[in-house]
Design a protein around this ligand. Structure first.
Ligand code: HEC
Length: 144
């Protein structure tokens, strides 16, 4: 009985390590991004957005750089450049953090950037519709 108990404990311990390792970026991740104005934070135009187009923006088309370079191909904030940045890029796979981030909030930061961080504004390179496309891709792929 005691042996069984110990093996169960060992198993639980090992699976916790496996889970935290697969989560990649830090989670929960502290957020200091400015809040979008409340009317925009409440806005959600992902209903008619195109997640497929959002995907190609995220993985390659975005300028000056694809979102994945920082936020990672698996959305956890550990892209090639992301690892070196402080603050770190948002870890979209972290539900503890992302439950506080609405679609409208994402739209606002993608459009206007987070001044003084690696997150640049995309208002000149992406149309509003394209920003909603990428918000939809991120939310439908990683945000639980
Ligand atoms: C050069 C690296 C870099 C690139 C490229 C980049 N980001 Fe970011 N992103 C960041 C960093 C760093 C933060 C965290 C900013 C902060 O904490 O103030 C961030 C934060 C965010 C947030 C968080 C909003 C919030 O309020 O929590 C969203 C959404 C986001 N990025 C989406 C994108 C999208 C979509 C793209 C591509 C169009 C992109 N990012 C490209 C580095 C990057």
């Amino acid at each position: 009985m005691k042996k069984l108990f110990i093996s169960i404990l060992t198993l639980m311990f090992l699976s916790t390590i496996a889970i935290s390792a697969s989560a990649g970026g830090k989670c929960p991740q502290p957020r200091k991004t400015k809040s979008a104005p409340s009317n925009i934070a409440k806005m959600d135009k992902t209903g008619s957005a195109d997640a497929g187009n959002g995907k190609s923006i995220y993985l390659k088309k975005a300028k000056p750089m694809a979102c994945k370079m920082c936020h990672g191909g698996n959305g956890d904030g550990t892209g090639k450049l992301g690892k070196a940045l402080k603050p770190s890029p948002r870890n979209f796979a972290c539900s503890d953090t992302m439950k506080h981030v609405s679609a409208g909030q994402m739209f606002w930061i993608i459009k206007n950037g987070s001044p003084g961080t690696g997150m640049v504004a995309h208002k000149k390179s992406l149309k509003d519709k394209e920003i909603w496309d990428v918000v939809k891709y991120i939310r439908s792929t990683w945000v639980k």
